[in-house]
Design a protein around this ligand. Structure first.
Ligand code: PMP
Ligand code: GLN
Length: 374
């Protein structure tokens, strides 16, 4: 089973980024804000106060309440929220608790590579629906053709990594029609829910009739609270589904780090977000300006923290993204991610790269300077 899995290409990039002084615009680890002093004080305070043993496996009670407040969709923290070891665990748990080996799972391509890995690890078969450049939308007929009586789940990610798309209510309604028709569960990765641009609003699957009562929402504090190393994620699902999710979660991790849950619960989870969101809109603007000036092409990013750009004007089709990324690193000391690993067929991604812009503006400007911009 393990040998059939492809490695996580982002892990290698993370290692490359840490050595060698490159400006790292690769992995989506927040380069801002500095994690709040309040959170750090709460974490050490929680350890000193003795929160060093197992917590309730479903998650520390106050943190579950805060997550329910943050979601604002009426979720019951006692029976409908489960704290996980990052969204990464949440995705695996959601799939393991939903699908059986041989079931089919609908995925959109390009998409976040760990989602495909989680489907494969659960023994299910991905059925990919292509998203079309430049604005990464699906054709309704392609979506409809992916569903059949073996389909058990669809996994969505909005705002999207790597595409920067925010699924519209209309698109979610089209998906809802098919999920109802084929009785399919929707697992929606909403880790970037706080980052939408140009006044656009994130629509959660929990707001869409036909999806709400068949949904499992995957969330995380990694990006919104700049604590990706704390490994705090969560699952939100109805009571019945939550019973199944918790069975798998308890057997795999028995809960995540107790003092960090206490700390995140005590610090107001929602504080500071509007500023971060405004800053992100500005960072997106700066990243779009810098990378279109060097000749990359893309549709405006609607949400999330990644720019997914076409490099074919720069390469004239003569260089693939992997070689382009290595050359940019060697020549300019700027690290970005080849696009190929996000596609069901890597060849389709040969002319795309992903750039993380959740960095300080100075970091983005330094990348511009190194690439020969002003
Ligand atoms: N889902 C998506 C779409 C992501 O981009 C990431 C990485 N930030 C994750 C899940 C994993 O997040 P976490 O750090 O909470 O495991
Ligand atoms: N979600 C992060 C990204 O897409 C990767 C996290 C990881 O693989 N370490 O950049």
């Amino acid at each position: 089973r393990a040998s059939a899995l492809t490695g996580n290409s982002l892990t290698e990039l993370l290692v490359m980024a840490r050595g060698g002084g490159a400006v790292d615009l690769a992995v989506g680890t927040p380069g801002y804000p500095e994690i709040s002093a309040g959170l750090i004080a709460e974490a050490s305070g929680a350890m000193l106060a003795g929160h060093n043993q197992y917590e309730h496996p479903a998650g520390e009670a106050l943190l579950r309440e805060r997550i329910a407040d943050m979601l604002g969709d009426g979720a019951d923290p006692v029976t409908e929220i489960t704290v996980t070891t990052g969204a990464t665990e949440a995705l695996h748990v959601a799939l393991l608790a939903t699908v059986d080996p041989g079931d089919e799972v609908v995925l959109l391509s390009p998409g976040y590579e760990q989602i495909t890995a989680a489907v494969n690890l659960a023994g299910a078969r991905p059925r990919f629906v292509p998203l079309h450049a430049p604005d990464w939308r699906f054709q309704p007929e392609d979506l409809a053709a992916a569903f059949n009586d073996r389909t058990r789940a669809i996994v969505l990610n909005t705002p999207g990594n790597p595409t920067g798309r925010v699924l519209s209510r209309r698109e979610l309604e089209e998906i809802a029609d098919l999920c109802e028709r084929w009785d399919v569960v929707v697992i929606c990765d909403e880790v970037y829910r706080d980052f939408t641009f140009d006044g656009r609003r994130h629509v959660s699957v929990t707001e869409v009739p036909g999806l709400a009562d068949r949904s499992v929402v995957v969330g995380s504090l990694s990006k919104s609270h700049a604590v990706s190393g704390w490994r705090l994620g969560f699952l939100r699902a109805d009571r019945e589904r939550t019973v199944a999710l918790r069975r798998v979660h308890e057997l795999t991790t028995n809960g995540t780090a107790a003092p960090l849950q206490v700390a995140a619960g005590r610090a107001a989870l929602t504080s500071g977000l509007p500023v971060v969101t405004r800053e992100m809109n500005r960072k997106r603007d700066v990243a779009q300006e810098i990378f279109s000036a060097v000749g990359m092409e893309f549709s405006p990013v609607e949400g999330g923290c990644f720019l997914f750009a076409d490099i074919s004007r720069l390469t004239e089709g003569r260089q693939e993204c992997g070689a382009f990324v290595r050359e940019l690193l060697d020549r300019s000391g700027v690290l970005i991610v080849p696009g190929s690993s996000f596609f069901s067929d890597p060849r389709q991604g040969a002319q795309y790269v992903r750039i993380a812009f959740n960095r300080k503006i100075e970091t983005l400007r330094e990348a511009q300077r190194r690439m020969g911009g002003v």
